[in-house]
Design a protein around this ligand. Sequence first.
Ligand code: G6P
Length: 611
Amino acid sequence: MCGIVGYIGKKNCSSFLLDALEKLEYRGYDSAGIAVYNDHKINLIKKKGRISVLRNAVEEDENFDTDDSPFKVGIAHTRWATHGKPSDVNAHPFIGPSGKIAILHNGIIENYIELKKSLKRRNVKFASQTDSEVACALIDTLYDGDFFKAVKDAVNLLEGAFSLCIICADYPNMMIGVKKDTPLIVGYGENENYIASDISAFIGKTKKFCRLGECEIALFKDDSVNFYDFNGKKIKKDVITVDWNIKSSSKDGFDCFTMKEIMEQPSAVRDTITPHIKNSGIDIPELNSLPDDINKIYIVACGSAYHVGALVKYSFEKIAKITTIVDLASEFRYRSPVIDEHTLVIIISQSGETADSLAALRESKNRGAKTLAVVNVVGSSIAAEADYVIYTWAGPEIGVATTKALSAQLSIMYLVVLYISKKRGVISDLAMKKYIQNLLTLPDYILQMLECKDKVFEISKRYMDRDNIFFIGRGIDYAVCREGSLKFKELSYLHSEAYAAGELKHGTISLVEDGTLVIAVLTDKKLFEKTLSNICEVQARGASCFAVVREDKVSEFDVGVDDIITIPKVPSIFLPSLSVIPLQFFAYYSALLHERDIDKPRNLAKSVTVE
Ligand code: G6P
């Protein structure tokens, strides 16, 4: 979703800002803009469409970066439309009526209609349909020469979620950042400092960051940064170091990030599990103080992270023998979930910023549950607020549709299952030892599984004319199908549905006809024959079938399907880490064949920081 970036320092400001915006492109956007202090005023350009359009306009404009004041300051934004359609006028930054204040906003200001009415009564004119312009006008109207005070007073009148970044034509050496409910991060450089909605904007510039907390203000002056609460009281903040390198945020020879990230899954899994396996046992110090009397687990997440929950539910029930409920964060937060201090709520999130997941975390804490965050982005809001945090080490994930972060989440969740099984005394030492040995070899199996890439490309070519696909499976295979179907829809923009194979006959089978493609996943030994019967049923109605089958069952596969991809033999709990891979490739190649924007699918955002 919207990307914010700000710069204050001695170098070429607009070039830093445009480069940083490109690094934030993956979040998803429809327009972009930049405002830079130059020659006693604020110069602004904003454009619907890609950052390249904005870059060309800035490069042709003589009013950018000609200023000779010691510090250069500017802000830039990528917008993902919420209030008002994508257009030049609705794009950020906004400049207030006096022409002195420029702001960027991420989030939703809930009381903007009321504020707009009251500002209109004071003859303030609005050009856009956005809530953000209202925030800008509010700060501008409160400005009487004291920049910091105007911002502080304004944020106390705003309701909703907002990250703001603001500059003022009277203060060429100042920039202000404000955070409430949507992320904002300060980066510390050499004689220059930055602010952005996520760390990716500064990769290659600094490894030192500070994450703004709830209702906090960052005041950048010359080369210093100080922090305040919304009452204007100074606060101290810790600096965190994040060791993400440039290579991990570049395509590194691949045509797009999504394929690079699919291929990086072995290392994402290895880097995530290795720190937690010591002396052939599981070591998760982050969970040392988890109470012994946990009797229920809730896994709450969005998108693919929710599917990780759906996948590991089977293992929690089978191995840890604990009631496990999986819920969508957007549903959970508005229900009345039955949770208490004996419930562990696990929030899974790549970004650690997903608004619904964050709200679900807060709701769980309010209800007294213990909360565990499984996140990829160090120091993110969900990590900061949960009782316990375990990181996945997938590195920066740029492709909007997640692949390697999902694999890393799955692998760490296997460890959490085993850890809780041991804590509950329901797993033998021998079984534990075997699981750990197998888990350590999982990255190699994933590497082997990636070899199906070319074969899946051929399969995708054969079915590229199909625009309605069913993914079927039972048990854990059904959960894999849901992820496969989501990936297919996200990347290819074609319709698909995942169905529990046993449910087909209760309605959906009426949609199966000559030429329908059914993708069946059969890795669960116990359910093999059952799903096989479902394949026969759809084939009898004219469907083509592409099956993902465990290696040791292929010989029994006598019904004859059109295409088969085999899965190496690993313990059943780890099978989803392998069976999801051909489905990722299928989604990828279907999108490629339809010439989709694979890294940045239309309408989607990587980090969904609004409801
Ligand atoms: C977006 C992404 C998905 C992701 C979901 C949850 O929809 O496109 O790939 O699974 O958000 O994001 P999170 O950061 O919480 O894992």
